[in-house]
Design a protein around this ligand. Sequence first.
Ligand SMILES: Cc1cc2nc3c(=O)[nH]c(=O)nc-3n(C[C@H](O)[C@H](O)[C@H](O)COP(=O)(O)OP(=O)(O)OC[C@H]3O[C@@H](n4cnc5c(N)ncnc54)[C@H](O)[C@@H]3O)c2cc1C
Length: 512
Amino acid sequence: MTDLRAAHEPANDRRIRRIAIVGGGTAGWMAASTLARALGGQVSIALIESAEIGTVGVGEATIPPILDFLRMLGIDRNNFVEQTQATYKLGIGFRDWLRPGHQYWHPFGLFGTPINRLPFYHYWHKAKAQGLAPTVNLFSLETALAESNRFIFPQNTLGIAQDLRYALHFDAVLVARYLRGFAEHLGVTRLERKVTGATQRDDGFIDELVFDNGERLRADLYIDCSGFRGLLIEETLKAGYEDWSGYLPCDRAVALPTEIQGPRPPYTLSTARPAGWQWRIPLQHRVGNGYVYCSSHISDEAAHADLLSVLGQQPLADPRFLRFVTGRRKLFWNKNCVALGLASGFLEPLESTSIHLVASGLYCLLDHFPDRSFDEANVAHYNRQIIEEFDRVRDFIVLHYCATERSDSPLWQYCRTMAIPDSLAERIELYRGTGRIFQRQHELFTDLSWFFILDGLGIEPRDYNPLVDTVDFAQVKGLLGQLSGNVAAAVAAAPSHDSFFMAGAPQRRAAR
Ligand SMILES: Cc1cc2nc3c(=O)[nH]c(=O)nc-3n(C[C@H](O)[C@H](O)[C@H](O)COP(=O)(O)OP(=O)(O)OC[C@H]3O[C@@H](n4cnc5c(N)ncnc54)[C@H](O)[C@@H]3O)c2cc1C
């Protein structure tokens, strides 16, 4: 048996000394890198992966906290962008979600400016109530840049670009390879093995991993990054799964890469289709495309044919079909096992949240880092925090579907009338009644993100916030003119997004 325990370890030592990570996809290598970085030489870390089983190989769009994750690891962003064929992302463009022909944006970054402590969207509501027809691109730099296929980094000087926010699109396979190199450099041991199961102690804790070659491996803490099946968290520990397919009925996807044609847009494009939606993610060396669909309304063959027909291009590889059930584990941490990535649950990639949820789970694990007594209150607190985060992301994604006006196919007819979580219904009602949005504790998406989707999908408050009337609206209109002028000037001076990926463009590298 392989035992990661150090020879000199005292018998009464309660510290975690050995961690085994099962799975070498994005989640597994993110976990290995983070734990190796945070725990230094205190702990031996082994990662077990099986080339025969492979990874899902998708997961190419991120949200801005990915940059904090790289910073936390001490990874040079420019090097990461080069090695993973990454491009920059300013937000998501949604097409045909409200009705065919309609488009709206979920940009990162600021929207206008708060006035008298009130978020800008309250003034936006009043402007609309007064018959003005403002557009988001006038007050969101990220949207205006995205619409013109331009990009800039946040600027160190005062001005509108100071608070610009962006994320990355990257090649998932190259990311796993990059993080593997990083983690191995920090001393993580990689074992190429197939795990056939795990033995348990009398108290139900995992005792040892069992490999197909008969070897075994014992650790104190097990991280399950084994993908959808949840080899440890579900197959061994039976954590249970909360199924959300009633709210989010899409359960399949087909992915197809294509060659780059035309400029690379600095945003993810999400286009609603009769039985689901299509993604388009531009990378430096290719475009990632996929169709997320509902198997009760379209077959795999028809979804593949539909995607091919809208792409109108020869794909660069064979289609990759994926199956999933939207939902989450009832427990993310059970006994001495913590699940991350697809092993912990799956929310469809509409808002590019899965990779972030891996990072968030890792930060939370470090905040709750156990010893070998695995204090129950500590574990329960971790679970509550992660459950809250998953549930709020679920609500955010359900909003994109339930507010549609589409009735042109069985999927959209279902979404218009389906029951939604109470927590989401309350939030929509509060917005309709007052225009107010409150960000909850441990919630990933801010009030602004909620605003962009609510407003984008045509949900209007019955009245605007009465406090808006305490400010002279003529002055507000003057400020609006100034803000939109600043946005337009910054966009006019910005280089094309493509220019960042031309050879010999060092001035295009991120300063921070
Ligand atoms: C269609 C689709 C699109 C997505 N798009 C996005 C996106 O745009 N943005 C985003 O943030 N996320 C996205 N995701 C989610 C993202 O792909 C995953 O969160 C991420 O790739 C992490 O996957 P993973 O590492 O948990 O699982 P996997 O990639 O499935 O890795 C599992 C690992 O476990 C190993 N393994 C399994 N069983 C065994 C065994 N018995 N023995 C040894 N090893 C084993 C495998 O070899 C593999 O290394 C998407 C997911 C899907 C399905």
